[in-house]
Write a protein that binds this ligand. Structure first.
Ligand code: THU
Length: 144
């Protein structure tokens, strides 16, 4: 990924992070992904008084991608959390990313200042995974 694209993803994730609704954990997270077609979508965590109903930033970005139509292949997803420990996607989000990932899908984590803390392929975070290929209907965009 070129520097301009990385900068754009970082800015969009940080902007989404600034809108996070996290009154319970006070841990604000933003995420921005770019599809293989070059579309960028962002999301932030949205917590809930009924704690388990909260959703992660990555899930919001994925929902925006699906709602927009177009490519459903994630080239890179960038997560912006508070450092110094990298805000790595949780197990559930790794699986959600996996649904729309390729062999090349990259995961980046930055801190609240946009400094990169982590970079690797999704496969490194979720090896030997279960995915749409395991099911006949998983990749059918036209099913209703
Ligand atoms: N969170 C995310 O949104 N993404 C991650 O990658 C890790 C955790 C959120 C969930 C919850 O709202 C808060 O961070 C604390 O766990």
């Amino acid at each position: 990924m070129d520097n301009k694209t990385l900068s754009d993803l970082t800015q969009k994730a940080l902007a989404a992070r600034s809108n996070a609704y996290a009154p319970y954990s006070r841990f604000h997270v933003g995420a921005a992904l770019i599809t293989e077609e070059g579309q960028v979508f962002a999301g932030c965590n949205v917590e809930n008084a009924a704690y388990p109903e909260g959703v992660c930033a990555e899930a919001g970005a994925i929902s925006a991608m699906i709602a927009a139509g177009g490519s459903r292949k994630i080239a890179t997803i960038l997560v912006a959390g508070k450092g110094p420990a990298p805000c790595l996607p949780c197990g559930g989000c790794r699986q959600k990313i996996r649904e729309f990932a390729t062999q090349r899908t990259c995961v980046l984590v930055v801190d609240e200042d946009g400094q990169q803390l982590f970079k690797d392929n999704l496969h490194a975070l979720l090896p030997a995974s279960f995915g749409p290929e395991n099911l006949e209907t998983g990749t059918d965009k036209t099913s209703s």
